[in-house]
Design a protein around this ligand. Structure first.
Ligand code: NAP
Length: 392
């Protein structure tokens, strides 16, 4: 029997977290769960910890620690709460840490795991967008590849021939186009959070669903790709593919284009990371290409989705601009979900914050983690002010 793989799962109660739990539960002989981390969902975290026989359950919101203690009393499962406990848990010696918290909150745990020499499966793209240089420096120390969970980057990781790095012409990041792919900008002004959350192909957490509708998610992924693979801004292309069956492609200089295909089920890329370098068994629906018949493609329309062009500029400016792009979006998405601003104001808010910081010459490369966190705080303040002063 193969040696058991010890896993810690950060963001276990989220969309990626629940898909990961499903896979871990299906192969209990091969996987053992060490730590589960969530933020506020005590009931689900406790249920998962019991079902997986986790050693430790951590709740990010410290005020909820007594509830977690009560829910797991007598189980023998260790419990902890608060930001410090989350970071301590990230440094535990496991075989793989799945980094699936949402937002910039995922950066420090990712760095803590890498700093402790733990291999990371990265769903939290924000870690790379905000502090790619710190993540890469920590990776060098850990000496193990970062495994991308994002389906597009996972696809590229699967077909990127390291031995032929110099022969790569371009990466093609596919995008579904989101729920408003065919809407005019004027029509987008009045869309509701419920409409924006309704992704045509994927079932995901709230923030990434809204980001798919604005295409900020593709912008974040564009920047993520530049950190993960040795290519320039000019070598990354976004291609709208509404069926989400081809998850991304690499084009080589001999004209070959290598793609990875599969049904839109995040368990496929998650399983790839959990089992790397082997492949696990995933009960995802198989592609029936004869029945599908057709796949379609179109160029993204950057006049209707300005988040993409903005991301290209951000990628050239570096991690300071990445921190601003991400942080302003997190604040604006929360405000949109609460009905405080209209849909189009989300990207306006990001642009506003980038402009203000640019004028103040604050979009420089943040050297240390404290610089990234300091800038992130300033970004959130500016985004909050923009929202308070702007109509819908
Ligand atoms: N969903 C997808 O299909 C998908 C695909 C590709 C990439 N990703 C990336 O994966 C990450 C997670 O996305 P998701 O859709 O799974 O998000 P989600 O459903 O909103 O789940 C987020 C998870 O993070 C936890 N969390 C949030 N803030 C935290 C904090 N400050 N401290 C500790 N835990 C915290 C939440 O706990 P509570 O539930 O207790 O609040 C929850 O477990 C994001 O970076 C996203 O871009 C997601």
């Amino acid at each position: 029997m193969a040696q058991q793989r010890i896993i810690s799962l950060f963001g276990s109660t989220g969309s990626i977290g629940c898909s990961s739990i499903d896979l871990l539960q299906r192969d209990r002989e091969f996987f053992a769960v060490d730590t589960l981390v969530a933020y506020r969902n005590v009931a689900l975290l406790a249920e998962q910890a019991l079902a997986c026989h986790a050693k430790l359950a951590v709740i990010g919101d410290e005020s909820l620690l007594p509830s977690l203690q009560e829910a797991l009393a007598g189980s023998g499962i260790e419990v902890a709460g608060g930001r410090g406990a989350v970071l301590e848990a990230a440094a535990r010696p496991v075989d793989l840490m799945v980094s699936a918290l949402v937002g910039a909150a995922g950066l420090e745990p990712t760095l803590c795991a890498l700093g402790a020499g733990v291999q990371v499966a990265l769903a939290n793209k924000e870690s790379l967008v905000c502090a790619g240089h710190l993540v890469k420096a920590a990776l060098c120390k850990a000496g193990k590849p970062l495994l991308p969970v994002d389906s597009e980057h996972n696809a590229i990781f699967q077909v990127f021939e390291g031995r032929n790095e110099a022969a790569v012409e371009k990466l093609v990041l596919t995008a579904s186009g989101g729920p408003f792919r065919t809407l005019e900008r004027a029509q987008m002004a009045d869309v509701t959070p419920a409409q924006a959350l309704k992704h045509p192909n994927w079932d995901m957490g709230q923030r990434i669903s809204i980001d798919s509708a604005t295409m900020v998610n593709k912008g974040l992924e564009f920047i993520e790709a530049l950190h993960l693979f040795p290519v320039s801004v000019e070598q990354v292309e976004v291609l709208v593919h509404p069926q989400s069956l081809i998850h991304s492609m690499v084009q080589y200089r001999d004209g070959s284009m290598l793609a990875q295909l599969g049904t839109p089920d995040m368990r496929i890329p998650i399983s790839y990371c959990l089992n790397y370098p082997q492949r696990g068994q995933v009960p995802a629906q198989r592609l029936d290409l004869a029945q599908i018949g057709q796949m379609t493609f179109e160029a993204p329309d950057e006049s209707r989705f300005p988040a993409l062009a903005l991301a290209r500029q951000v990628a050239q400016l570096g991690d300071g601009a990445g921190t601003a792009y991400n942080g302003a979006d997190e604040v604006a998405v929360a405000a949109f979900l609460q009905g405080q601003i209209g849909f189009l104001r989300i990207v306006d808010c990001i642009e506003h914050v980038l402009n203000v910081l640019d004028k103040r010459q604050m979009l420089v490369q943040p050297e240390r983690l404290e610089d990234v966190l300091g800038l992130d705080g300033e970004v959130r303040k500016l985004a909050g002010e923009y929202i308070a002063n702007t109509g819908r």
